[in-house]
Ligand binder design. Structure first.
Ligand code: SF4
Ligand code: SF4
Length: 196
């Protein structure tokens, strides 16, 4: 837990420093431009204030300011009425794939977060929590069973490994992609779009 908090703080501070630097640069550029335009009589402060108000309203909507720095499932579906579950013969393949699908990161939904069963990475809200080898922490290692099957997220329900060569080089011939089995398989790339 302590390590997760430390990771979270490092992430927050790094983002803050980067954002502050970018904001300062943008502000310097903008103030310089405003000064030039007012000096040349092309702009009045009143006009600028009025336009700033309009633009900031548009930006709040566009950038969904309340969720900056946070990854959430989008679009969000009610997982308990989700109809498009992928039906795959996992039992016959698990000895080959070793539940490689449960190494693919994805963002939780607001429903998952409110429910509080699925754990998310405190260092990267709201990506599913993974162990050091990149496996979802809800996967029972050894048996490769999902310990929260009833509560699993929409991406887990919808994910179709048949179409994903990250897992199968050839699904029908049961040829696994060896990369997904490697201990150091990269697991830090958010995977939300493909699984939603
Ligand atoms: S990778 Fe495919 S076959 Fe293997 S457990 Fe996941 S969904 Fe099932
Ligand atoms: S919640 Fe279950 S199905 Fe989803 S990634 Fe974790 S172990 Fe796999």
């Amino acid at each position: 837990m302590r390590q997760e908090f430390a990771k979270g703080l490092i992430y927050t501070h790094a983002r803050l420093s980067e954002n502050t630097k970018t904001t300062l640069e943008a502000a310097a550029f903008l103030y310089g431009l405003i000064e030039l335009l007012t000096e040349k009589g092309l702009l009045t402060i009143e006009e600028l204030d009025e336009r700033k108000h309009e633009v900031s309203k548009r930006l709040v909507i566009k950038n969904r300011i309340n969720e900056v720095g946070v990854l959430l499932q989008e679009p969000e579906y009610d997982k308990y009425s989700f109809k498009d579950e992928a039906i795959i013969d996992c039992e016959k393949r698990i000895h080959l794939c070793k539940a490689g699908c449960c190494r693919l990161p994805f963002a939780l939904s607001k429903q998952d977060i409110r429910e509080g069963v699925l754990h998310w990475d405190l260092g990267r809200p709201y990506i599913i929590s993974q162990d050091k080898k990149g496996y979802c922490i809800h996967l029972q290692r050894g048996s490769f069973r999902c310990m929260v099957r009833e509560y699993r997220a929409v991406p887990c329900r919808a994910y179709d490994c048949r179409k994903d060569n990250t897992i199968w080089l050839d699904f029908e011939k049961k040829i696994i992609n060896p990369e997904i089995l490697r201990d150091d398989w990269p697991h830090c790339v958010p995977f939300q779009d493909e699984r939603s």
